[in-house]
Design a binder for this molecule. Structure first.
Ligand SMILES: [Zn+2]
Ligand SMILES: [Zn+2]
Length: 151
């Protein structure tokens, strides 16, 4: 990440926190920064392992609660994972996901056509669609390369 970019990001974060009366603490800032640096849509557990390096005394609970609060006020997104651990997405703009069913990796991708998905009439009749995201499930490059043993 470029330095200027990081500054705008934190500025943005601080403003959003203030708008929701959420105190900006060094821990919260670190959690947000690390989540943004990660492209893996990490779980609470993965985030805890990362943030712990910087704040050895931080508890799993704090990381978990912080991420859920971020999701609640719309700073981050919750990725829909059915049955699995919750995963978090720092990217709240329109985008779509590639989900590797072998290693569990979730990658972002962008597509204008998908952003403007046509909602079928029978869906629209009984349901107000607020956002839509296309999830393509499959096998990533790494997992499909021959000789590769998936974890
Ligand atoms: Zn994979
Ligand atoms: Zn994403």
């Amino acid at each position: 990440m470029q330095k200027g970019e990081a500054n705008t990001l934190l500025q943005d974060f601080i403003e959003k926190c203030q708008a929701h009366n959420l105190k900006v603490t060094p821990q919260r800032m670190a959690i947000y920064r690390e989540l943004f640096d990660s492209t893996a849509h990490p779980t609470v557990d993965a985030m805890f392992q990362i943030v712990k390096k910087e704040f050895p005394n931080i508890s799993y609970d704090t990381v978990s609660r912080t991420l859920l609060t971020f999701a609640e006020i719309g700073i981050v997104d919750l990725v829909e994972v059915y049955g699995g651990a919750k995963r978090f997405d720092p990217n709240v703009a329109d985008h779509h996901h590639l989900h590797c069913v072998s290693c569990g990796k979730i990658l972002d991708f962008h597509n204008d056509e998908y952003n403007n998905l046509k909602i079928p009439d029978h869906v629209r009749r009984g349901f107000t669609v607020l956002t839509s995201r296309v999830v393509l499930k499959g096998i990533c490059d790494k997992c499909s390369s021959p000789g590769n043993v998936s974890p």
